[in-house]
Design a protein around this ligand. Structure first.
Ligand code: 5GP
Ligand code: 5GP
Ligand code: 5GP
Length: 208
């Protein structure tokens, strides 16, 4: 049996904590649909290579097409809110994610499957609950990197990569959480490679 050539090795599924996006010097704007829930939101589903590099903007002939995902839009407004300024509906964020990352997975999954996969992964990982089970709450307290990674691993079964950013006072805080996913976008896998970046020895988990 001939298999289609796979032009990427795995996905990063990346979720962002809205409190940590909003409390930076740059600040944020809520989407036109209103303040998002106090939950992780989807940032993106990013094709990647095992050597750590990644493809981007792979097919200008396959642009974001809202009509292909009309059945997913209300879930996307809830689970994939945009926090960039100026305030917008989310279409610009989803267009950017599809054009930059999604088009590089089109040999494996189509546009509808791509967005549906991200929504299903968010539900499946239930990241905030995993952290809370480990006593890691978004209440402004601080935790170690090891605590956070172990807590997530215990609840979800896979070791995440944690990306930190800094708030206005310069504190390191929990910003984005990465899981690795197979090329179908369906199952979590152990990460073949982690991104690079530094967190402080004490990582704040701010409220939202
Ligand atoms: P930053 O420079 O803020 O870390 O990342 C900017 C953008 O580059 C991200 O939003 C994402 O689109 C892309 N990016 C950063 N790191 C990675 C990575 O490790 N893998 C992939 N596929 N994209 C990345
Ligand atoms: P990346 O290229 O890193 O995947 O996506 C970042 C791009 O999406 C930036 O141009 C950023 O302005 C835009 N964007 C829109 N809404 C959001 C959001 O809620 N979070 C992040 N990280 N980027 C957003
Ligand atoms: P190790 O591979 O020994 O676990 O970690 C090597 C280095 O990567 C250490 O400096 C450690 O702090 C950092 N590191 C490990 N996991 C993560 C992570 O999820 N996020 C970030 N930002 N750094 C990490």
């Amino acid at each position: 049996v001939l298999c289609a050539a796979q032009d990427f090795d795995f996905f990063y599924f990346v979720q962002q904590w809205p409190g940590s996006f909003c409390d930076t010097k740059q600040s944020c704007c809520y989407p036109t649909t209103g303040k998002p829930a106090a939950d992780f939101g989807i940032h993106g589903l990013w094709p990647n290579y095992k050597d750590g590099s990644y493809p981007s903007n792979c097919d200008p002939n396959n642009p974001f097409d809202q009509s292909q995902i009309s059945d997913l839009i209300s879930r996307m407004q809830q689970e994939w809110p945009t926090l960039a300024c100026p305030s917008s509906s989310g279409i610009a964020f989803w267009t950017h994610e599809w054009d930059k990352h999604g088009t590089c997975s089109e040999s494996a999954i189509n546009q509808h499957s791509y967005f549906a996969a991200a929504l299903d992964l968010k539900k499946k990982t239930n990241l905030l609950q995993a952290l809370q089970q480990a006593g890691i709450e978004p209440n402004g307290e601080s935790y170690t990197l090891a605590n956070i990674k172990e807590g997530v691993k215990d609840a979800i079964g896979y070791t995440p990569y944690i990306e930190c950013n800094v708030d206005e006072s310069g504190n390191s805080q929990l910003y984005q959480v990465y899981f690795c996913v197979d090329t179908n976008g369906s199952d979590l896998i152990e990460c073949p490679v982690f991104p690079h970046g530094k967190c402080g020895s004490s990582i704040e988990f701010p409220t939202f």
